[in-house]
Design a protein around this ligand. Structure first.
Ligand code: ADP
Ligand code: MG
Length: 450
């Protein structure tokens, strides 16, 4: 019984965009099937409406595919569902379900890949924040184990690491259906490893990894303190590497910043390619929002998109959830997303720190980051590290506050605004390939929004 409803949800999840699924189906449970009427419990009225109008057909098809006999599906507000938003249990009896083995979730191959098919390269929006990473990703897909091996991808949270590496795995599998591809968060690697020791199956554990063609390890930073797993991981890493098998690792920082038992081995993770994902620019954010809205099949005004892009400055995950929030309110109030904003229903997004960001703060934080006083940084000095700090400040004033170049010139003590234009251009260019500069700017940015 439990499985049937789970499978119904799983089938719907495969059919509709991820964002739509998590917005509309979280907390939706099956209450009962009585006299051919399927009663589905939904946390609120807004969701009831959305399910009735948009997703009823999906639910019906999935019920049918799972052998449920019914005449009608009814959605009712069921507050219990609200208290357990993530649970998907069946809370009532389901008498008319015919037993049927469902294998919807199984991949065509019997090998468990750990991959989620909703992450694809097609729905990963390319922007200035990730173009380099995407081009490396594509070369990995075209020549696994050859060009960028290992491929080490790092960034702060919510910037697309998991999406991109899973997309690589899916794309490789599509091109090479016989490949053994495994995606595994390092925490699972750790727990599987510990279990294998307890169950005396470590040999099988190791064997399973050694026969892979592609190993994707997510969130490598969590390896800290797990010394035995680290050793095991590095053995597997070495073996696969020597066999020219593709290894992909993500982390929220570089291996040099992660405490590992064997630093020499850890540094090998960055031998192939260490590429980062940056915060998207305003334009990148607009492109991502547009693509998500399009994917969900909803209409949203450009101004509403620009509002979100301008106000969400943390990461793409937050950007997505604010978009869902906005769309949910628009639906509830039966007005357009822009009207929601103009009527002040979501002014909570405007985080207080956003309004507090001033040119002064950017200048002070930048100077401090480079161990300079504001006076030193905003001087006429041509000493390279001082000049670099000044140019970074110019860049940040332009990116974060969209200040004009004459205004920036005044702030950083430069006479001519063309010097500012030149400085910003230089930083933008350097950012493409200078990873240390990327780190520096990411570090300063973090401080700006504390
Ligand atoms: P991370 O693993 O870095 O914490 P995720 O890969 O989980 O981040 O990304 C967070 C969310 O943002 C996911 O829903 C993902 O699909 C989405 N996302 C990130 N980058 C992009 C992008 N370039 N285009 C489309 N969606 C993106
Ligand atoms: Mg992740």
């Amino acid at each position: 019984m439990f499985d049937v409803w789970k499978n119904v949800l799983a089938e719907v999840e495969q059919k509709i965009p991820h964002a739509a699924f998590s917005t509309w189906f979280t907390g939706v449970t099956l209450i009962s099937v009585d006299d051919g009427v399927v009663i589905v419990g939904v946390p609120n009225v807004l969701k009831v409406k959305q399910l009735e109008v948009k997703y009823n057909d999906h639910v019906k098809t999935a019920l049918k595919n799972n052998g449920v006999d019914f005449k009608e599906v009814k959605y009712i507000v069921h507050t219990k569902a609200k208290t357990k938003p993530k649970s998907r249990e069946v809370t009532g009896e389901l008498p008319t379900i015919k037993k049927k083995k469902v294998s919807l979730l199984k991949k065509p191959t019997t090998f468990q890949t750990g991959l989620n098919p909703r992450y694809t390269l097609d729905n990963f929006v390319i922007g200035s924040n990730n173009d380099l990473a995407v081009s490396v990703a594509k070369s990995v897909v075209e020549n696994p184990g050859v060009k960028a091996n290992p491929f080490f991808l790092y960034s702060g949270p919510g910037l697309g690491k998991t999406h991109l590496v899973q997309a690589i795995g899916n794309a490789i599998l599509e091109r090479n259906p016989n490949f053994k591809v495994l995606y595994i968060p390092i925490s699972h690697f750790y727990s599987d490893f510990i279990n294998s020791i307890q169950n005396k199956t470590s040999e099988e554990f190791t064997k399973k990894f050694r026969k892979l063609d592609v190993l994707i390890v997510d969130d490598f930073q969590f390896i800290v303190g797990k010394d035995r797993s680290q050793e095991e991981f590095f053995h597997i890493f070495n073996d696969l590497y020597q066999l020219n098998k593709q290894i992909i690792v993500t982390s929220d920082r570089l291996p040099s910043q992660i405490k590992t038992v064997d630093e020499r081995l850890a540094s090998r993770l960055t031998w192939g390619n260490a590429i980062d994902l940056q915060m998207p620019s305003f334009e990148d954010k607009c492109a991502i929002l547009k693509s998500k809205a399009e994917f969900m099949g909803v209409d949203i005004e450009d101004e509403a998109i620009e509002y979100l892009a301008d106000n969400v400055r943390t990461n793409i995950r937050d950007l997505e959830s604010e978009l869902n929030h906005l769309l949910a309110i628009a639906d509830l109030k039966n007005i357009t997303p822009l009207e929601v904003i103009n009527d002040g229903y979501i002014n909570t997004i405007k985080a207080p720190h956003m309004q507090a960001l001033s040119p002064k703060k950017i200048i002070e934080k930048t100077a401090k980051y480079y161990d300079l006083t504001v006076k030193e940084m905003c001087s006429k000095s041509r000493v390279s590290h001082i000049k670099n700090a000044r140019q970074v400040a110019m860049y940040l004033l332009s990116e974060e506050l969209e200040m004009s170049t004459p205004k920036i010139a005044r702030e950083v003590g430069v006479k001519d605004h063309t010097t500012v234009m030149h400085g910003i251009k230089k930083i933008k260019n350097d950012l493409k390939l200078n990873f240390s500069l990327r780190e520096q700017i990411a570090g300063i940015r973090e401080g700006l929004y504390e």
